[in-house]
Design a protein around this ligand. Structure first.
Ligand SMILES: C=C(O[C@@H]1C=C(C(=O)O)C=C[C@H]1O)C(=O)O
Length: 267
């Protein structure tokens, strides 16, 4: 399906995509939670795969190789080309380990996502212990990480939409390097509150096991509801906003520069 530009950046349409990604993320977490924690997949040097893992963890190795294949399939000759030909995130698969449009000296969002995932999330959704399903667990990890990265980097589209609705104000704030002001202007608390309530209901409903007598009474949940709500409240929403803020800073400066060139040309 082809959309016009204004449809692509319609805030309502973009928010619908974020809502749909809630399902993707919850189901990816449920998929992961069927395997035990298998901690050794997260430790550097703990597991070797045909001697190719090097000094990375099994998950890092597996993720990197998967992302390499994805970049190739998309016909980018190198990660750099991938990063710098597209000023907006790829709507289908944002790069996870590759350099992003965001300047390299800024917060690396994907490192942050990996950190949160390995150190907080996976412990709170998986049964502790080792069931030796390393390949399966890591495959599910990659699906979770990619879904989270896609959701969070979607902030670039959201930010573009917001910029278009108020270019003057965002540019003024960007020129003043006023990240707090940008944060306040882009934040919509009502949307966030509704999201968290909806997420709680979804995690409860999607996580039920329906083969028991007490089906529907939420006593046998596949993942803890609080872990999902917590994930969004503490990490997903704030990181999406980091992406939005960084995008709007760059966007405002670019818009200003463009306007200056135009006014020079008119002289
Ligand atoms: C993504 C948006 O921007 C902000 C971040 C939100 C989120 O990450 O879910 C929700 C509302 C806004 O405060 C949006 O406005 O939809």
């Amino acid at each position: 399906m082809n959309f016009t530009e204004s449809e692509t950046f319609s805030l309502g349409r973009l928010r619908d995509t974020l809502i749909r990604l809630e399902d993707t993320i919850i189901f990816a977490l449920i998929e992961r939670a069927q395997f035990h924690l298998n901690e050794s997949i997260y430790h550097k040097n703990a597991l070797q795969f045909n001697g190719a893992t090097g000094d990375r963890s099994f998950l890092e190795y597996f993720l990197w190789e998967t992302e390499k294949v994805h970049a190739k399939v998309r016909r980018y000759s190198s990660p750099d080309e991938y990063a710098f030909t597209s000023p907006l995130p790829d709507p289908i698969l944002p790069p996870l380990q590759y350099p992003e449009f965001l300047a390299p000296n800024k917060v690396n969002i994907n490192d942050k996502i990996m950190d949160v995932y390995v150190h907080h999330l996976v412990n709170s959704i998986c049964p502790p212990g080792d069931d030796s399903n390393y390949g399966s667990a890591a495959t599910k990890d990659i699906e979770c990480l990619q879904a989270l990265s896609r959701r969070i980097h979607y902030g670039k589209f959201i930010a573009e939409s917001k910029f278009r609705s108020n270019p003057e104000e965002y540019t003024r704030l960007a020129l003043a390097n006023d990240t707090k002001g940008i944060d306040e202007l882009l934040t919509n608390k009502e949307v966030e509150i509704k999201l968290l309530q909806r997420l709680r209901r979804k995690a409860l409903v999607y996580g039920q096991t329906l083969d028991q007598e007490d089906a529907g009474t939420s006593t046998h949940l596949k993942i803890p509801v609080d872990a999902v709500v917590d994930l969004y409240e503490r990490w997903v929403i704030p990181l999406t906003k980091v992406v939005e803020i960084e995008y709007l800073l760059e966007r405002g400066l670019a818009w200003h520069a463009q306007r200056q060139v135009q006014s020079e040309n008119q002289k």
